[in-house]
Design a protein around this ligand. Structure first.
Ligand SMILES: [Zn+2]
Ligand SMILES: [Zn+2]
Length: 266
């Protein structure tokens, strides 16, 4: 039986003879049902119409996306740490080209995902590379294809390897997570800390497609969660969404600006 994939959000569901009746991820107010109604595809169909887009972002950091863009359009990042490769975030497409390229780079030791919008086909990725998937337990209800390979972690931080730390920020999702790479002074932020068009800044939203902001308490919580960590560059969820320098300063300034607007004192 197929594992259907939602066309609008890219989430893959547990196997079923018929397409699922609805997509809870899209019906949530942080997403939306496609304008032509709920539609489904499968990984095989995706492979037929899309190809891999793999680019080195900087030494040791490889972006993995697809062409043409599908669903939310994020690209994943392969972190080539000395302790083993970590796949940060995930994309729906997984084909022979991606498999061969990732294997040539040393495979995947662990997969970690910022929030449910990028869970996509994580179980297929996990099985292809024999890697566990680390998700924050606060977002457990959004897992549409449960699997024994998923490790639901609890608390505020989880060290995947020395200097490679998952930090739970919350905000966009209760379990919203970023990945800090200490040796490289990098923050991989998904859209928990969203790199915006003016790439000296970031922002934080409850819903991006529906433009629903976060309360000040959540913004302050995110800044506090990041405070113990030093980082220069921030890699957001899409190609070229990168804060090139002073990332921590950018996050703090952006949070202060946001809270000032909320308090009507900008
Ligand atoms: Zn969906
Ligand atoms: Zn999202």
């Amino acid at each position: 039986m197929p594992n259907y994939v939602c066309v609008t959000c890219g989430t893959q569901f547990a196997e079923s003879a018929e397409p699922p009746p609805r997509c809870p991820v899209c019906e949530d107010e942080r997403q939306y049902v496609g304008w032509d109604g709920q539609q489904w595809t499968t990984l095989d169909e995706l492979r037929a119409g899309h190809r891999a887009d793999i680019r080195e972002e900087e030494p040791g950091l490889v972006g993995i996306g697809c062409e043409p863009s599908f669903a939310i359009g994020q690209r994943a990042l392969l972190v080539r740490a000395p302790s083993g490769n970590v796949l940060w975030d995930c994309i729906p497409l997984l084909d022979d080209e991606i498999g061969a390229r990732v294997e040539s780079l040393g495979g995947i030791a662990a997969i970690a995902i910022s929030h449910p919008h990028y869970y996509s086909t994580m179980v297929d990725w996990s099985r292809a590379f024999g890697a566990p998937v680390f998700l924050h337990t606060a977002d457990r209800e959004w897992v549409m294809r449960p699997d024994d390979a998923i490790d639901f972690w609890e608390g505020e931080t989880r060290e995947l390897a020395p200097g490679l730390t998952l930090v739970r920020c919350g905000g966009h999702f209760a379990g919203g997570t970023v990945l800090h790479w200490a040796d490289r002074r990098l923050l991989l932020s998904g859209d928990i800390v969203q790199v915006v068009q003016d790439r000296r800044w970031v922002s934080f939203m409850y819903s991006y497609p529906n433009l629903i902001p976060l309360p000040a308490s959540e913004i302050q919580r995110i800044v506090a969660a990041l405070e113990p960590f030093e980082f220069d560059r921030i890699y957001g969820a899409w190609w070229d969404r990168v804060v090139a320098e002073d990332g921590k300063g950018a996050a703090k300034r952006s949070a202060a600006r946001y809270v000032a607007f909320l308090a009507d004192r900008h």
